[in-house]
Design a protein around this ligand. Structure first.
Ligand SMILES: *Cc1c(COP(=O)(O)O)cnc(C)c1O
Length: 420
């Protein structure tokens, strides 16, 4: 696509955008005077769909009117509420509906998945993660290693960018796997990487791990809702994500989880269990003997929080209607425009860390501003641009394809230019 550095071009793109109506489905945050902000922080917390209140109110009213009978009401019964979410969720991550479940929160799900797919033995006990993995993932991994009686000093292997580089190279992961060979139990990769915005090849990494006899899992917190991971085809063992970033389901909302179908009926897999994972026909018998639901639902612990689920449902209904491939197509153009405009700044202090190949990134660009400190981020915020700052010198900007537009991107770079 050929871009132009002017407002008329941005507005013309917005006019042509087949998804342009979706911006009106969201509340765009405003300043104290009520003016819309340039909100490019969907990588941290997505905007609120206007329909959320109505979805939640429906369940509040049903709770008031029906009490416990709400579990069996005609429309959206609470007993099976989560089942309605599996299909739209599966479309977003490229899975079968039986392979996904909305439950718990991200880090909890990561622990549950490691209980099932990290089975260290004295000869195979290592986990490989990216050196710039999200802090919560690092803590989770380290505590799992400790809990199983191993030591992160020897069992945690970091996939690092080379000296002087910001991105991880696939061939270096290959080298690590070769070097550590049979001792690698699990590859756990954050995709997209939250810091650099780099997106790794899911299928290739999965094959690499599996050919080595290792399990492979992905944290899609920064990928879900903007990249198309094709989880089932990739053959990955598991994946986890949250729904409050690009999936716009509200602060601290529920997590999602993928378990490949080949594991669903494997009785040898360890897991932590709860009654909501028990075969639905016998769930209420409260008898001895756990008989898991033969889908990803078999990893559920508790009956789910319906009010949070209602917000997830509101959001997933929008994704289902808009279509993930349309969303991704717009996202590539929008982020491409941001890249174009940042490069037009022609400023020697500014470098984009994120790969310029669109197949290696989601919607986020991580912009490094050399010699800058957090005051730059503060000035941007004062100028009405909501972005995200990572020490020492990186601004993360994420045009979310459902509600951001070309004008947002244009305005953001104009304001950055003034500040610089
Ligand atoms: C946002 C994010 C988290 C946050 O975890 P919660 O359990 O939802 O608080 C964890 N890991 C990654 C990679 C993230 O991007």
């Amino acid at each position: 696509m050929v871009y132009e550095n002017n407002l008329a071009f941005a507005k013309a793109q917005d006019e042509k955008d087949p998804l342009k109506e979706y911006r009106n489905h969201f509340y765009i945050p405003v300043d104290k005077e009520g003016n819309e902000l340039i909100y490019l922080c969907g990588n941290s917390l997505g905007c609120q769909p206007k329909s959320v209140a109505q979805y939640i109110e429906q369940e509040l009213n049903d709770w008031a009117d029906l009490g416990v009978e709400g579990h069996f009401k005609e429309e959206t019964p609470w007993m099976s509420y989560h089942e309605e979410l599996a299909k739209p969720m599966a479309h977003i991550v490229g899975a079968k509906p039986s392979e996904v479940v909305i439950m718990n929160t991200l880090t909890t799900n990561l622990h549950l998945m490691m209980v099932s797919f990290y089975n260290p033995t004295p000869s195979r006990h290592k986990i490989i993660i990216e050196s710039d993995a999200f802090p919560s993932d690092k803590y989770a991994v380290e505590s799992q290693i400790h809990q199983r009686g191993y030591d992160p000093e020897t069992s945690l292997i970091l996939w690092q960018p080379r000296e002087g580089e910001e991105l991880c190279r696939y061939e270096d992961l290959e080298t690590l796997v070769k070097e550590h060979g049979d001792s690698v139990a699990l590859l756990l990769i954050g995709n997209t990487n939250y810091y650099s915005g780099q997106c790794y090849p899911i299928k290739k990494i999965t094959d690499l791990g599996h050919n080595n006899g290792s399990k492979v899992g992905f944290d899609l917190a920064h990928g879900v809702g903007n990249i198309m991971p094709d989880l089932h085809e990739s053959g990955a063992d598991f994946a986890v994500w949250c729904t409050y970033k690009y999936l716009n389901s509200g602060p601290g909302s529920l997590g999602g989880c993928f378990v490949h179908e080949r594991h669903h009926t494997d009785k040898n897999i360890q897991r932590f269990t709860g009654w909501w994972g028990q075969n639905k026909d016998t769930r209420f018998n409260m008898r001895k003997g756990f008989d898991p639901i033969p889908t990803a639902e078999g990893w559920q612990l508790s009956n789910p929080p319906i009010l949070s689920m209602a917000a997830v449902k509101a959001s997933l209904d929008i994704f289902e209607e808009a279509g993930m491939s349309n969303i991704r197509a717009k996202s590539e153009k929008l982020t491409g425009y941001l890249e174009f405009l940042v490069n037009e700044l022609n400023n020697e202090h500014i470098a984009i860390i994120t790969p310029s190949d669109s197949s290696q990134r989601g919607c986020q660009l991580s912009i490094q501003v050399k010699n800058a400190d957090k005051s730059l981020h503060k000035k941007l915020t004062e100028a009405g641009v909501i972005s995200d700052w990572r020490e020492p010198d990186v601004i993360r900007v994420a045009p979310a394809p459902l509600y951001n537009n070309f004008e947002d991107v244009y305005e953001m770079v104009e304001r950055l230019k003034k500040i610089l």
